[in-house]
Design a binder for this molecule. Structure first.
Ligand SMILES: Cc1cc2nc3c(=O)[nH]c(=O)nc-3n(C[C@H](O)[C@H](O)[C@H](O)COP(=O)(O)O)c2cc1C
Length: 393
């Protein structure tokens, strides 16, 4: 291409992207909700809407990853490097995307990942997410830091819910929280074990939960705090409240206290997956926490094949981090996951358009997954097989 043509195309590209941004900004005027004229068609559209609507602090909190964000980018890139090799003429008319996860029937193998501080980006927070998940027929992973209590979220919908736990130092608090979750009808406990978040954007933005939200969060978890504690004291309390010296012993302790299925979230090594099976855990979540923890870790989808080869059929294998398209769901299932969880896709959608946003973005992923299954000649989820995927050399 000569220089004049190149300059012409550059100008066209710049004008188009300016127009697109203007459309998104118009669509996301907070007081009007989404303009009827704008039809988000993808997870990326919801990310753009969230960026236009939320404060930089809230948007960056959701979006960014740890330090150089290498793992964050790799999560998405690794999915894109996988190729799908579909058989033709499979004669499939209808596709059934339903499956079971820990014996729970779900309409699709796409679950809601536990995500913290949801009232920071929508006033209804995880209650709006709960209603959308129930309407969709999928499982909601509820973060114990989601900014509403387990009871408030349980009351928002009758859909299936798992409680995600960051173990408090005080085991009494952990035990009471698990009891409350059992009573409120939660059907599994997910213990997240990849701890510590170091995100440059959050430091630059001086990210912190507002005082009232932090106070409620600590009370919701069942900590004993006093009404007269200052904001600074609450922050200090929160910094010291959580067990950062976790070991496998926690699962033995927990197994003796609840009959609910137990999952460990944050597995990347085969040996750890084998250990989880050996101690009788009901499921593992292959996850690098969406690139929010130690930067430099591989994408979870890269770790999945070896883990599936080692423990497939011995425990339920779930995966998250980097799922942005229905084809990513198909790839993860072909490589051995029973289901995937998504975090940012619905967090952006919640910020952009509340319950309706979550419902829409999950429906888009569901539709894309349905189309991918159909294109691969899979009438049901169990037809999705390993040979559909070409791994990168
Ligand atoms: C804003 C935000 C908050 C999160 N909070 C939690 C949490 O409280 N507990 C947890 O186990 N994982 C948490 N995660 C991680 C998600 O559960 C999930 O592992 C991750 O988002 C998956 O990657 P994805 O965002 O690329 O889908 C959070 C993720 C985001 C984006």
């Amino acid at each position: 291409m000569n220089r004049r043509r190149f300059a012409h195309w550059l100008a066209v590209y710049a004008a188009t992207s300016r127009w697109h941004t203007a459309q998104l900004l118009r669509a996301a005027e907070p007081e009007k909700g989404l303009a009827e004229s704008f039809e988000p068609a993808s997870v990326d559209d919801f990310q753009a809407l969230a960026k236009a609507k939320l404060s930089p602090m809230a948007y960056d909190y959701i979006t960014t990853g740890s330090t150089d964000q290498v793992t964050l980018r790799e999560n998405v890139a690794a999915f894109r490097r996988l190729q799908i090799l579909p058989p033709i003429l499979a004669g499939v008319a209808a596709v059934d995307t339903s499956t079971t996860v820990l014996k729970q029937r779900v309409t699709m193998p796409i679950l809601i990942a536990p995500v913290a501080a949801q009232r920071l980006y929508h006033p209804e927070g995880a209650k709006a997410t709960a209603r959308a998940a129930a309407a969709l027929g999928t499982i909601q992973g509820v973060s114990s830091s989601s900014s509403n209590s387990v009871e408030e979220i349980a009351a928002a919908s009758t859909g299936p819910k798992w409680l995600q736990l960051y173990p408090p130092r005080d085991r009494g608090v952990a035990e009471r929280l698990v009891r409350r979750a059992e009573k409120a009808g939660y059907t599994a406990i997910v213990v997240t074990v990849d701890l510590g978040e170091r995100k440059d954007a959050d430091r630059r933005n001086r990210f912190a939960l507002p005082e009232a939200m932090l106070r409620k969060h600590l009370l919701d978890c069942g900590f004993s705090i006093w009404a007269e504690m200052s904001y600074a004291e609450l922050i200090r309390f929160n910094q010291q409240a959580w067990d950062t010296a976790l070991s496998w012993e926690f699962f033995r302790w927990l197994r003796d206290r609840t009959r609910l299925p137990l999952l460990v979230k944050g597995v990347l090594r085969v040996a750890d997956a084998e250990k989880a099976v050996a101690i009788g855990l009901d499921g593992i979540v292959v996850s690098n926490h969406g690139g929010r923890r130690l930067d430099g870790m591989p994408a979870s989808i890269t770790c999945l094949p070896a883990i599936a080869a080692a423990v497939g059929g011995k425990t339920e294998i779930l995966l998250d981090s980097g799922v942005r398209r229905g084809t990513d769901v198909l790839k993860a299932l072909a490589l051995g996951a029973k289901a995937v969880l998504v975090g940012r896709p619905y967090a952006w959608a919640l910020g952009a358009d509340g319950e309706r946003g979550v419902h829409t973005v999950m429906t888009l992923l569901h539709e894309e997954f349905t189309a991918a299954m159909h294109a691969c000649g899979c009438a049901k989820v169990s037809d999705i097989s390993r040979d559909l995927i070409i791994l990168p050399k």
